[in-house]
Design a protein around this ligand. Structure first.
Ligand SMILES: [Zn+2]
Ligand SMILES: [Zn+2]
Length: 335
């Protein structure tokens, strides 16, 4: 089968390769990939800013159908439409694992970086990592469950937004549009801010009930700022826009150092927090938000493209042209 892979650790390039489907260990399942989301992390993995074990198939945001069961897996999973937790394995014995924080395990291996991921016709994962998709959800959109679970990890445990809070989201990409919906589900009044090049992304936010604004024209104060851009100027602005006693949450990622006025934490007694990846608990919450209709995926998806158009789709993701792109590995293949 075709798979989008990074072959050499210190070469910033990916290629579409022919690979044999992986074997199926006990307790694991094979999932036919309906679609896999292209994410900023994939660009970091390509460029070497995010560690990977090469050669490896990328793709960690997977929606699909279980089509083969390893020994010992409950038979009812066969044919189920699912999303997959990102972890392939954790050590299970370190302090973080024992404290229910497997996302922080130093031995953690994730699909799409540590082991082969979802930019391929199928992916093999532990059955314990499966989550059933809500009835009626197109399994391709199941790919958005992973970024939603990451947003839930940062915003819900504990709740970073209280009912009535004025919430500013900086960075109107897919993470910002998901974070805005989660913040609204907690009762926040959400303003989504971006730059003049974000017009299309901001209009998606408006269609989801958020107030859209240009960062340069923001006024007033906010109770909570959630940065989903990972861009230094937005992070600096966010700290400035918080009221005294406000809360700042970092979701956007960057591998560069940025310049912000951290003394504002002291002057304004700000709270600062972040979240890394996801836990089984944040996944359950993500699925519940979807089932309740509190979060919608379709408006966020700009295009679902066949796997062999990955270069074009990666380029559009890199230049922030559109919002979220999914690659559908079996789309366009003859049966
Ligand atoms: Zn991702
Ligand atoms: Zn561990």
């Amino acid at each position: 089968m075709k798979a989008l892979r990074k072959l050499v650790a210190d070469e910033a390039r990916l290629s579409l390769e022919d690979v044999a489907p992986a074997s199926l260990p006990p307790g694991h399942v094979r999932v036919a990939v309906a679609a896999c989301g292209v994410c900023g992390t994939d660009l970091h993995i390509r460029d070497g800013g995010y560690a990977s074990s090469t050669p490896v198939t990328l793709g960690h945001e997977v929606g699909g159908t279980v089509d083969e069961l390893g020994a010992g897996v409950e038979g009812s999973w066969l044919g189920a439409q699912v999303a997959l937790e990102t972890f392939y394995s954790v050590c299970g014995t370190c302090d973080f694992c024992r404290d229910g924080r497997p996302n922080l395990c130093r031995q953690r291996k994730s699909i799409g970086s540590g082991v082969d991921g979802g930019f391929a016709e199928s992916v093999v994962v532990p059955a314990s990592n499966l989550h059933l998709l809500p009835q009626g959800l197109d399994p391709r959109f199941g790919a958005l469950c992973e970024p939603l679970a990451c947003v839930c990890q940062s915003l819900l445990d504990p709740a970073r937004v209280q009912s009535g809070d004025r919430v500013l989201i900086t960075g109107p990409g897919a993470m910002g549009l998901l974070a805005g919906q989660v913040a609204a589900s907690l009762g926040g009044a959400v303003t989504l801010a971006g730059t003049p090049s974000d017009t299309e992304r901001l209009s998606v936010g408006t269609s989801l009930g958020m107030t859209a604004a240009l960062s340069s024209e923001l006024g007033g104060e906010f109770d909570v700022v959630i940065d989903c851009s990972g861009a230094g100027p937005a992070m600096a602005l966010g700290l400035e826009m918080l009221r005294p006693g406000g809360r700042y949450v970092q979701i956007g990622q960057t591998d560069r150092a940025v310049s912000v006025r951290l003394a504002l934490l002291s002057f304004k007694e700000l709270e600062l927090s972040g979240g890394f990846a996801s836990t089984p608990r944040s996944w359950r919450r993500a699925i519940t938000l979807l089932e309740d209709g509190a979060v919608r995926f379709e408006p966020i998806v700009t295009e679902i493209a066949p796997l062999d158009e990955w270069e074009r789709v990666f380029a559009r993701t890199e230049s922030a042209d559109g919002v979220k792109f999914l690659l559908a590995p079996t789309q366009g293949l003859s049966a």
